[in-house]
Structures are given as C-alpha cells and as structure tokens.
Ligand binder design. Structure first.
Ligand code: NZQ
Ligand code: ZN
Length: 384
C-alpha cells in the first residue's frame, strides 16, 4: 500500500427532519449567505424548512446557481459576500450549488486580481469563508470532500480545484429531500457515484484488500438499490442507502493508499464544457471504451471486478473483461443512461475536438499518465 494522509473534518448529520438541526450547527454566525439553485427547493418544501430554521439569524439569499455552476454567477456572489460581510455560506441543493459555495468561499478571501487562477491552479488557497450544506441530490460526494468544479461558459472551460479550506463544516443529508428528484437526476446520481468508485478501484493491483472491498460494497449496494430508486424514489430506505453510498464514494476513504485513475472524469469534463451534456451521461459513454482500451493495464482489477461484482468466472481474460464491461453497460442502460458515444447525438468529430483540448493540458490523464489526445480518440471511437 502507498503512504497516505487522511483527514476529513466534515460533520455528517443524516436522517429524517435533520434540517431542524441547523440552528445548533450554525452556532453564533453573524451574517449567513443562503445559496441555492434554480428553484427546486421552493417546490419540494426544503426552502421553507431552511427559512424556518434560520429564523433568529441574520441572512441574505442568493439564488440561480446553475447546474454545472457558472463562474460569472459565482463572481456576482463574491461581490455580494464582500459587501455584506458574510461570515458563513449555507449551500442548499445539489453538488452544483455546493461547488459554487466552495468557490465563492475561496474567491471571497483571495486577494489577487484573477480568481480564475484558483481553478487553473496558479494560486494556492490560504483561506476561505466557512461553509455548511443541506444536500438534496446524492451524486457528487461534494458534501464530504474538498473538491469543486466550476464551468466558465464564456470561454468554454470546466475546471476543478481542491483545497482543505473548502471542506464543509457540516452537511445535512435528509433522504426525504430527494423524493422530488426526476428519474433523470436519480439515474445521473447513481452512475456518477458508481464511477467515482471505479476511478479509485479499477487501477493497479497493489495489494489493498480493504479498500477493494470497501469499493465493492458500494458498487454492489448501488446495483441492488439503483433500480429500486428508478421505479420509485419515494422509498425512504432506498434513498437513504443511495445517499450514503454517494457520500462514501467520494469522501477520500476509498482512495487512501491506492492508485487513482480519473481519466473518465477528465474527458467527461471536456465533453460537458463543449456540449453541455449532464456530467454522469458523459462518464457512462467514456468508461466502457476506456476499460476496453486499457484492458491489459487494468487486467487484474477488471477480472476481480467481473468476478466479485458480476459473478463472471468462465472464459479467458478477454472474454471475461468483455462481459464485465457489457454487464456494466447493461446496468447503466437499465437506469436509462446511454452508454454509446453515438447515442449522445453530438458532432461526428467530437472525439477529435475533445482530444485537442486534452492535448492542451500540461498533464496526461490516468493512473499511469498515459492518456493524451490520440488515446482519447481511440477510447471514444472504441478502437484498439
Ligand atoms: O438548481 P435547482 O433548481 O436546485 O435544480 C437542480 C438541478 O437542475 C436539480 N435538483 C437538485 N436537487 C433536487 C433537484 N430537483 C428536484 N429535487 C431535488 N431534491 O437537479 C439538477 C442538477 O443538480 P446539480 O447540483 O447540477 O447535480 P449534481 O449534484 O449531480 O452536481 C453536478 C455538478 O457537480 C460536479 C459536476 O461536474 C457538475 O458540475 N462534480 C463535483 C464533484 C465534487 N465536488 O467532488 C465531483 C463530481 O465528479 C462532479 O464533477
Ligand atoms: Zn463525477
């Protein structure tokens, strides 16, 4: 196992009616920024619950954070946070609102002229306004990690940053808040979480049986609970299990001491930046081609995955790997998520356009940093 440091300061408050815990969690904050998205929280009663919990606190609202949060809206919010002397940001919504909160928290404390530098990695954050979250969409794991992904539509970019200063102080996870999700969002969340696990699991076999089994536990739970959530997302226990899977899929624990891939995400972010496709839907078309292309490099893990997750034990390595990939695709498709690049209906030359963007990065993708433009074309076109 490789050396690692693991620190995760996020307090998770999980369960029914937990939004009522907000006053205790907010302690004696002087001025709170209540941040939310396009209005789903006004339709499902979450807004009213938060407003009730905030009575007695001084707060202002900022709404309209987009799915794939936009840099320009975040900067508007930074100006407001500075003007109002905000000392706490409360994010209420999905991963996009929370990622925006993280960026706003960091950019508000940044003294340089160009906050975009936080996302390009040119500057290292030294400080951020504290954040708390009420999560309404299980998918990203943002509620218990230090990552944020921001889109800048005016220049067609989507970049991520990570800093220990933007861990939420707390995250409230009430599965009942997810009852209003559309089937599309439920499916997106399951597939995003599944692939977060894969990015930390389907790498070199370096002798990490605990992390492997932790990953497999999440994959198996998502495979069992996912289809139930697509049939109806009003079953509390199903939603609770999916929500806890999503959080555990990307809170840093699975990645301790093991190699991590993240090529599917790297390519997926370019696809969303270019074509605006939902994050999870980009991942589902990239992952099968990536595993097929890197079948030798990932052979031991792909075989282990096939056997432990799908019970595949017959045939030679190639046959078993093909079947493991096919079963994964069938699972995604059973949730209503396409797995073929051609299903996306985007430009015929999209792989070349995405490859060009990947080639402009200063780093290559994958756990062995061996994925650049030419490999991306092969992965997306399913070539050897
Ligand atoms: O904006 P509102 O009106 O709230 O509607 C949202 C949005 O339209 C809606 N929604 C959220 N909760 C709902 C609901 N609708 C009904 N009932 C509810 N309870 O769902 C839509 C999508 O929300 P969004 O927050 O965009 O989804 P998600 O949580 O999947 O976040 C996606 C973003 O997270 C980034 C993605 O790249 C993307 O920008 N990621 C962040 C990561 C992280 N911070 O660690 C890791 C991920 O890999 C990912 O890259
Ligand atoms: Zn993701």
């Amino acid at each position: 196992m490789k050396n690692f440091k693991y620190y995760n300061p996020v307090k998770i408050v999980f369960g029914k009616n937990t939004i009522t815990e907000l006053p205790k969690l907010l302690k004696s904050r002087k001025k709170i920024l209540f941040l939310y998205g396009g209005g789903s929280i006004k339709k499902n009663g979450v807004y009213d619950q938060v407003i009730e919990a905030l009575s007695g606190f001084d707060f202002i609202e900022f709404s309209g954070i987009q799915a794939n949060p936009d840099y320009a809206s975040c900067l508007d919010c930074v100006l407001l946070a500075e003007k109002e002397n905000i000392d706490f940001i409360l994010s209420v919504g999905g991963g996009s609102v929370l990622d925006a909160a993280k960026f706003i928290a960091a950019a508000s404390c940044y003294e340089g002229d160009e906050p975009w530098d936080i996302l390009t990695g040119k500057v290292k954050i030294q400080k951020a306004i504290p954040i708390g979250s009420v999560l309404t969409l299980p998918a990203t794991g943002s509620e218990m990690n230090s990552n944020s992904v921001i889109s800048r539509r005016e220049i067609g970019e989507k970049l991520a940053f990570s800093s220990p200063f933007v861990y939420p102080e707390f995250s409230i996870l009430d599965p009942e808040t997810t009852f209003s999700l559309s089937k599309r969002q439920v499916a997106n969340g399951i597939v995003d979480s599944f692939i977060h696990v894969c990015e930390q699991y389907m790498t070199s076999h370096i002798g990490s049986p605990l992390q492997d089994r932790q990953s497999e536990a999440i994959l198996k739970t998502l495979i069992e609970e996912g289809p139930k959530a697509i049939l109806s997302n009003k079953d509390y226990d199903v939603q609770a299990n999916i929500m806890w899977c999503s959080t555990n899929a990307l809170n840093g624990l699975l990645g301790c001491g093991v190699d991590q891939d993240w090529a599917t995400h790297g390519i997926g972010h370019e696809m969303t930046a270019l074509y605006g496709i939902d994050h999870a839907r980009t991942l589902a078309v990239i992952l099968p081609g990536l595993y097929s292309y890197l079948r030798e490099q990932k052979e031991e893990k792909l075989l282990q995955y096939g056997e432990r997750i799908w019970g595949i034990t017959m045939g030679d390595a190639n046959v078993r790997i093909d079947e493991a990939i096919a079963r994964t695709c069938l699972f995604f498709e059973s949730l209503g998520i396409d797995t073929r690049y051609s299903d996306l209906g985007i430009d015929e030359d999209a792989p070349e356009k995405i490859a060009e963007r990947i080639d402009k990065k200063s780093y290559a993708l994958g756990e062995k940093q061996n994925i650049r433009g030419p490999e991306v074309i092969k992965i997306l076109r399913n070539l050897k």
